[in-house]
Design a protein around this ligand. Structure first.
Ligand code: SF4
Length: 264
């Protein structure tokens, strides 16, 4: 990976996929996971944490277990994943399930089969994604639009191309691919603010660049600029460690107990 010139997240995806996806003789695609858990996010949700990502964010909380290390964990078929998530949800009375940890869209067939299992159940499925593949592969958003209980949160890495490169070390033009993912989803019928919305890592951003991003989102759909999920770095020790190695200093960050903290 040539981090000086900026890596290509699509090329990285091809390399990562070999480690985190397995197809059996019947053509069923399994994905590598590292844990399943319940938790308080979104008011209570069952989560499957996948291994592997096509970005290398310098603030990633999951890099140690899931996003940057591709040989950990265990494989699950879509049916096994469905069973694990619904077991946790049933025991805790949750109505929400999600995939998180690394990047769930890297195992496209696995994800689509899993969504089929959840379709027309009582559960809402939240897909947390960096959006790169949904922006890059023109028919991915159309495929996802078949599932009416799916909500997609596209997590933008910064507010502009240069911030994106600083935070991910990837080629800056892939920030546009993240925005394209949101546009593809809106064009495929996902209602902005209800079934698709942007989350933005703002710990390293100026007010001015955030305003500019809001304008870019509003050009896709006005509602997108009104319903942004603002993300800030949480200072877990391993996150502080990776940020230190990457020379990243957040303007705003929070301690794991939710108290604002300044690292400057
Ligand atoms: S896109 Fe998400 S999972 Fe991947 S490295 Fe960035 S923060 Fe981690």
């Amino acid at each position: 990976m040539d981090v000086e010139a900026g890596y290509d997240p699509i090329e990285l995806y091809s390399k990562v996929k070999k480690f985190i996806v397995r197809v059996d003789v019947d053509g069923v695609e399994s994905r590598r996971y590292y844990r399943f858990r319940g938790g308080r996010w979104y008011g209570g949700i069952a989560t499957g944490d996948v291994v592997g990502c096509n970005l290398r964010c310098g603030f990633c909380w999951s890099w140690r277990d899931a996003s940057h290390i591709m040989t950990k964990g265990f494989f699950c078929t879509p049916r096994e994943t469905f069973n694990r998530l619904t077991y946790i949800a049933e025991r805790n009375g949750y109505r929400l399930v999600r995939l998180s940890g690394g990047e769930p869209t890297l195992s496209r067939d696995h994800l689509l089969q899993l969504l089929k299992h959840f379709n027309e159940t009582k559960y809402t499925f939240i897909l947390e994604t960096n959006g790169i593949l949904i922006g890059y592969e023109s028919d991915y958003a159309e495929e996802l639009s078949k599932f009416s209980n799916l909500v997609i949160r596209v997590s933008l890495k910064g507010t502009c191309e240069s911030e994106f490169q600083k935070l991910t070390l990837a080629k800056p033009e892939f920030f546009n691919i993240q925005l394209k993912a949101i546009k593809n989803l809106v064009d495929a019928g996902f209602m902005p603010g209800e079934r698709v919305y942007a989350a933005v890592m703002l710990s390293f951003s100026s007010d001015e660049s955030y305003m500019h991003l809001k304008k870019r989102l509003a050009e896709i759909h006005p509602k997108l600029s009104e319903d942004i999920d603002e993300e800030y770095v949480i200072l877990y020790p391993h996150v502080v460690e990776i940020m230190g190695r990457r020379g990243l200093k957040p303007k705003i960050a929070y301690n794991p107990n939710g108290i604002p903290s300044s690292m400057i």
